[in-house]
Design a protein around this ligand. Structure first.
Ligand code: ATP
Ligand code: MG
Length: 577
């Protein structure tokens, strides 16, 4: 598939890419650290777990980590925190790399995996045992949970907390050798079971998992926990600013404890920011995974998904996502961003770029009775109203055309300016036409409109200066081609999916509408994957990879205006007026 945009290098191109430098508190901290000599070069990292596709929330983290590195002439690593082989797959590793690149960022030579550090992490675990700060615990998981205490009650020490160093070392080595079953024992840090911070109540550092790993195969039957691997991996890579979301604020004391107690080569500093939440959307991998595995969507790249792959397939350019993230900003306060903000970033990015085309979603035949039978003519249609350099394209005009069913009403309400019996309108780039007669089938459905045109109005203006109040898009029967068009709406029907319980109960049953039998101008029959176009009056569209040679499939990326917000506000009126 051809991607609509690939920018490489930490210098992302485009309006937003280069100047996301608008200050935020993270950049202020980095600047202060540099000024005070606490850091000499800036090294950040984006650390995904390869257990799903990247989503909008990750885009925020990517833009921040790569953006800070770029703004301070540092470097940003892509590191897979691949410590849980049960959920991780090569498929996700590949998808994540593709999506980070597509978003416009480049890690250069700095691609790393926590699994590359397994041997080092293991020897640091032995180090903790030797200095009496870690122990092997045989307490069954259930009992361990209850011994952990609660936020208001301290935990209890495990009887195994007092094991000798030698016994701990022996058991830990045998855990590594694969002698014990999954869950039989764990390695825990010996910190403080009465700590007010639950993360310091002797957290688990290693667990037994007889599961092959996508990268290390069956070398290991024990794996470090995320908490044990994460900070040490940062230290190994000499990360200066370990930027993460606020859920990890409570883990920072543990990360600091580990760094204090291990002979690590550097001391990263962690800073937290608020994760991105978007209305009508879920950004939790747990929920997104369920949507995919339980087939509520067609896959991770379903255009309704908030994944980068889904957004790309819907036709959203990477520059629009970077612009959205720039507008969202970086802060520590939790908030939910209105999904309409994403839509406007997409529109604002596509508007200057997308060539204008004509496509009729729900065709209604229009016959021009006074246009000579068998005759056609060629009109010139501008590709972009604001950009003369975008040129023009020929359009065929003839006796039989198609317009939108929505653009006709037999008994129009007062402010309906489009076609109705006796009403005159302009056909874009063409002529004035007047509706003379409505043709119906035996069921009473309108199947065609008989019209007349004013041959003197070529180019869209009548010589006598009379006005019309609507300009309609159309295609010509002579050369329009068929297409399927997929219209998307929010995947969830409420702004806060799951607020009352199960997220899946809030799925919007009307999130996808497939239109077949649409008619598009001939240019669109040769559209390229990844190329964004505007269908005049109906929105921005992009070809879907499901396209067949004889039948293009278009996704609506976003409508022209925020009809959703207007509908929500209870506004009346015609969505396509
Ligand atoms: P999820 O909670 O959806 O499972 P995760 O945090 O487990 O996501 P990771 O692969 O660990 O997913 O995420 C990689 C990085 O992206 C982490 O540093 C994480 O903090 C950040 N990140 C994840 N979700 C968001 C979000 N909604 N907003 C901002 N950053 C996010
Ligand atoms: Mg995570």
């Amino acid at each position: 598939m051809v991607e609509s945009e690939t920018t490489t290098g930490n210098k992302a191109t485009g309006d937003s890419g280069a100047s996301e430098a608008g200050r935020d508190f993270i950049r202020d901290i980095v600047q202060a650290d540099l000024d005070a000599g606490r850091a000499t070069a800036v090294v950040t990292r984006f650390p995904p777990e390869p257990n799903g596709f990247l989503h909008l929330g990750h885009a925020k983290s990517i833009c921040l980590n790569f953006g800070v590195a770029r703004d301070f002439a540092g470097q940003c690593h892509l590191r897979f925190d691949d410590t849980n082989p049960i959920k991780e797959e090569q498929l996700f590793i590949d998808a994540i790399q593709r999506d980070v690149r597509w978003l416009g960022f480049d890690w250069g030579d700095h691609l790393y995996y926590a699994s590359d550090y397994f041997e080092q992490l293991y020897s640091w675990a032995e180090h903790l045992i030797r200095v009496g700060k870690a122990y092997v615990d045989d307490t069954p998981p259930e009992a361990m949970r209850s011994q952990r205490g609660t936020l208001t009650e301290p935990g209890q020490n495990s009887p195994d907390r007092y094991r000798s160093v030698d016994e701990n070392l022996d058991l830990f080595r045998r855990m590594r050798a694969g002698e014990f079953a999954n869950g039989a024992r764990v390695l825990r840090a010996k910190i403080d079971m009465a700590s007010g911070n639950m993360n310091l109540r002797d957290p688990v550092l290693y667990r037994i998992l007889h599961t092959p790993h996508p990268r290390t195969g069956d070398t290991w039957s024990i794996y470090p926990t995320y908490d044990f691997a994460h900070g040490q991996s940062d230290a190994i890579e000499h990360i200066t600013h370990s930027v993460c979301t606020l859920e990890f604020e409570d883990h920072r004391p543990l990360y600091d404890w580990l760094i204090d107690n291990l002979p690590v080569p550097s001391r990263p500093r962690q800073y937290e920011f608020a994760r991105l939440n978007v209305s009508y959307t879920v950004l939790s991998k747990r929920h997104l995974t369920r949507l995919v595995t339980e087939h509520h969507v067609t896959g991770w790249d379903d255009p309704r998904m908030p994944t980068l792959a889904g957004l790309r397939r819907r036709g959203v350019p990477a520059a629009a996502l970077r612009e959205f993230i720039r507008r969202v900003g970086v802060a520590r306060a939790y908030s939910t961003v209105d999904v309409a903000m994403l839509d406007s970033a997409i529109r604002d990015t596509l508007n200057p770029l997308a060539p204008r085309r004509m496509a009729v979603l729900r065709p209604l035949k229009l016959i021009i009775e006074n246009y000579p039978e068998g005759q056609t003519e060629t009109l010139q249609a501008r590709n972009h109203p604001d950009d003369p350099d975008a040129g023009s394209r020929p359009l065929t005009f003839g006796r039989e055309l198609y317009v939108e069913q929505d653009d006709f009403m037999e008994q129009p309400p007062k402010k309906f300016y489009r076609l109705s019996p006796g009403k005159e309108v302009r056909l874009r780039y063409g002529y004035f036409v007047t509706c003379r007669e409505v043709v119906k089938d035996s069921a009473g459905t309108v199947v065609a409109l008989r019209c007349t045109y004013d041959p003197a109005s070529k180019g869209g203006n009548a010589p006598d200066g009379r006005k019309v109040q609507a300009t309609l898009h159309w295609v010509a029967a002579a050369d329009a081609g068929p297409a399927d068009i997929r219209l998307y709406s929010h995947l969830f029907s409420r702004p806060d999916p799951g607020a009352d319980g199960d997220v899946l109960a809030d799925l919007n049953p009307h999130s996808l509408e497939v239109l077949t039998g649409c008619l598009v101008e001939p240019t669109l029959l040769h559209a390229a994957l990844g190329e964004a176009v505007q269908f005049e009056r109906t929105g921005y569209f992009a070809l879907d990879p499901d396209t067949l040679p004889e039948r293009p499939v278009f996704n609506r990326t976003v409508g022209l205006r925020d009809t959703w917000a207007r509908l929500q506000a209870g506004a009346s009126g015609q969505a396509t007026a």
